[in-house]
Design a protein around this ligand. Sequence first.
Ligand SMILES: [Zn+2]
Ligand SMILES: [Zn+2]
Length: 375
Amino acid sequence: MKPLVEMRRDLHQIPEVGFEEFKTQHYLLAAIEQVKQPYFEVETWRTGIILKIEGKNPTLKIGWRTDIDALAIAEETDLPFASKHEGYMHACGHDCHMTIALGLVADFAKEQPDETMIIYFQPAEESPGGAKPMLAYLKESRPELVPDYIFACHIAPEYPVGTVATRPGMLFANTSELFIDLKGQGGHAARPHLTKDMTVVAANLILQLQTIVSRNIDPLDSGVVTIGKMTSGVVQNIVAANARLEGTIRTMSAESMTLIKERITKLCKATEIAYDCEVTIDWGSGYYQVFNEEKSANALLRYASEVEGVTAYECDAAMTGEDFGFFLKELPGAMFWAGANTPYGLHDAKMSPDERLLPITTQFVAGFLRQFKGE
Ligand SMILES: [Zn+2]
Ligand SMILES: [Zn+2]
């Protein structure tokens, strides 16, 4: 297997979006093949890979998950190893996550671990979500590949390299996309009485949506309803027959997500009656909260505080979303932020993680997984 930095740069050049990670899968399979041991079992699921590494004296199956997809963002880093796929970029650091997973594979190839390790190379984290269908497939068709515990990390631009930041309980929010289409009746701008103007209706609906967080959500809980885009009409002197709102919903509790969706549904129904139009809602893709099991998260923090070169940090929860939440909904385990020390945030076209994070995080995770006994 090549050095970590080289593999990361190789992967960085071939970013692919959800369920189209063909070159990526090929690269990963080839890298695994180079260090394959008799105690390795490799199989694929769609564009993903499941690698089971049988332990010497297993009492547990411990899972490690990496995501493998990229984003439709045109890279602006000017790096010599920038994306070769125009309009696509590993702007969320999943190239680093894959490299860390390959580093684990190499480590477990060098010395067979005591416990059984299962490494999941999961497609489509960004969209439309690979965790939920991958886990559903495992439970239904390959239950022996469902782990007892599962862990994962995500790079964090804002923390110094060597930081392991996590917390017991809620780490990332519940998320849902939101698309609302309004259909009325267009017509001459000077004869509004013969039309059903969807610009006016959409504007009203946007304001009503803003009452959900302020008037329906418990002030001690938290939620976000953001309409990031509104389109309507075709030209200045025609009443708009159609409008479309595009937004996102975030909540700290799963119950609040249900409540917000119920309120949106009711406001849309009321809009139909009040303005005599048709309103349809599409929830797009949504992710379940990343809720760290207490013992698993504390085990990460404890181990991080003992390893030289690594700093344990108990961070706050964030309103970001991650489909690893679907794994943690069904299995105990935890996720942590791995410091990547770059001024640009995730999903920024200039985001360029400090590659020193690769050996440090790989070593930390390998050590952690080898000593983890379920508490
Ligand atoms: Zn992302
Ligand atoms: Zn990500």
